[in-house]
Write a protein that binds this ligand. Structure first.
Ligand SMILES: C[S@@+](CC[C@H](N)C(=O)[O-])C[C@H]1O[C@@H](n2cnc3c(N)ncnc32)[C@H](O)[C@@H]1O
Length: 259
């Protein structure tokens, strides 16, 4: 949420969601002794970077932070200078995160902390380019923030994800089902579209390991993905037994249909 000073402030629920997904990824896929490169969206406070640093400075051996808004970028620069005094070096870019280039061999943790919905615009093409150019590759972790309410309306959802619903056997005349699949899987289906655009779904295994819903002004979701060798098949991607659903409001795991 923007304050009068232009600084963005997010409530603790967002970071609780991030910490849960990070814990789960580190437990399932992380290597305790490994160093990581962290690639994130800036905002103005760079709060998520501090969380990773707290868990282990090796998670922030190299940090890239992207902020597309020039005014927020300036505020983020001030924050980065303060953090640098505590030994945390951040490379800030006033650019889109989708322009990130791989400059080291360390595994990457991407936090695509989007302010909108991870669907409908050209996100599939943007992620397709990241996969195609091996900016996101085996060994990486990808965490995506997205609004879980299909604000453009269910007809737009049906139109956009018609192909995915057909493969998944989703009856798109069932409004509750369409809403439910959208809530729990729209970033997953966006990533599948991205993989399919260049036929990479047969070369890379992207798996969802969890989704956490929370409120921060609006109902939001955080979705975690691992990237390993193998292949990605849509039905498994969306219904994988590895996916756990958690509701920050109740502090409990929730059933798939209740997400
Ligand atoms: C939710 S905030 C990031 C908050 C930050 N992760 C934190 O915890 O402090 C998202 C920011 O990303 C910026 N943004 C949105 N899309 C972007 C893009 N494609 N590339 C870079 N910045 C983007 C927005 O201007 C906004 O300031």
């Amino acid at each position: 949420m923007p304050t009068a000073s232009g600084r963005l402030q997010y409530g603790p629920q967002k970071y609780a969601a991030l910490h849960l997904l990070l814990c789960r990824w580190l437990r399932l896929y992380g290597t305790p002794t490994a160093e990581y490169c962290y690639v994130t969206l800036g905002g103005t406070e760079l709060k998520d970077i501090e969380s990773l640093r707290f868990v282990d400075p090796k998670l922030t051996s190299i940090v890239w932070s992207y902020e597309i808004d020039p005014a927020r970028y300036k505020l983020a620069q001030q924050r980065a200078i303060q953090l640098e005094a505590s030994g945390l070096k951040i490379t800030l870019q006033c650019a889109t995160i989708f322009s990130h280039q791989r400059t080291c061999d360390l595994p990457h943790i991407f936090f695509i902390d989007l302010p909108g919905i991870c669907a409908f615009s050209d996100y599939d093409q943007q992620f397709a380019d990241l996969f195609q150019n091996e900016i996101i590759r085996e060994g990486d972790c990808l965490i995506i923030t997205s609004h879980i309410v299909p604000r453009p309306g269910l007809d737009r959802v049906r139109e956009h994800f018609g192909g995915e619903f057909a493969v998944l056997g989703v009856d798109d005349s069932d409004t509750n089902l369409v809403k439910s699949v959208f809530r729990r899987a729209h970033p997953t289906m966006t990533l599948f579209k991205a993989l399919s655009l260049n036929g990479i779904q047969s070369e890379l295994a992207v798996r969802c390991f969890g989704a956490v819903k929370y409120r921060d002004g609006a109902p939001m979701g955080l979705y975690g993905y691992s990237v390993t060798s193998g292949s990605t098949e849509l039905s498994r991607f969306v219904t994988d037994a590895e996916i756990r659903y958690f509701d920050i409001a109740t502090g409990q795991l929730c059933a798939t249909d209740d997400f």
